[in-house]
Design a protein. Structure first.
Ligand code: ATP
Ligand code: MG
Length: 200
């Protein structure tokens, strides 16, 4: 029987996903397993945030690549809350919107890589953030995972299989004519080709 019983444990994986790659997917899958999550919602950002120097692909392309990459996993879903909200994306708004849409009986687990976790204290409304979700910091090759200065009970650090993949690395490879097969899901390779993303 697949009756939904509260609390529904929902992981939230926010990102620019330009493009989504296997580092994102492995992190989400590992956290879902370790924390017995019912679902992981991937939430592509709307307008560029803290990335104003770099050109970010249209939200619609990033959203579609995220759908393509996650479609085969019954526990993975994609939310448009950040894509559809005008203005820059703040995690506080993402979590407020998801809580409003999903109801009070969901428990939210915000998944973030080691690089983004260290920046968390500079985020908007940091105290309310920790009320809305439990934060899970995951290891990422090239970065040190540390919860220094973060409230102990609000954040859990976990080891995930090391995937030395970044979206910027994937973009650089496409620009240089190098393959991104096996760094991103097959459908994403084909979507990048079809839309001619990241070309000079
Ligand atoms: P970019 O190079 O453009 O910054 P990115 O690879 O860092 O892209 P983002 O969309 O910025 O991807 O990241 C979304 C989230 O996924 C962040 O919390 C980031 O720390 C995490 N993340 C990205 N890549 C990995 C990885 N290889 N292993 C673990 N976590 C990752
Ligand atoms: Mg990043």
């Amino acid at each position: 029987m697949s009756e939904r019983r509260p609390p529904w444990r929902v992981g939230v994986m926010g990102g620019t996903f330009d493009p989504i790659h296997h580092g994102h997917l492995v992190a989400a899958s590992e956290v879902a397993s370790l924390f017995a999550l019912d679902e992981v919602v991937f939430v592509p950002t709307g307008n560029p945030w803290q990335k104003d120097d770099a050109k970010v692909s249209p939200a619609e392309d990033r959203y579609l690549m995220t759908v393509i990459a996650t479609a085969s996993n019954p526990r993975f879903s994609v939310s448009r809350v950040d894509v559809d909200r005008p203005g820059p994306t703040y995690t506080i708004d993402t979590l407020r919107d998801l809580r409003r849409l999903r109801g009070a009986d969901v428990e939210l687990f915000f998944i973030t890589g080691a690089d983004a976790l260290s920046a968390i204290l500079s985020w908007k409304d940091v105290d309310e953030l920790f009320d809305l979700a439990h934060f899970i910091g995951v290891t990422r090759p090239g970065y040190t995972l540390s919860d220094e200065h973060l409230p102990q009970d609000a954040v859990t650090l976990v080891d995930v299989p090391a995937m030395a993949i970044s979206s910027s690395g994937c973009r650089d490879r496409v620009r240089a004519g190098l393959p991104v097969w096996y760094l991103v899901p097959d459908g994403v390779v084909q979507y990048i080709e079809k839309r001619r993303l990241y070309r000079p």
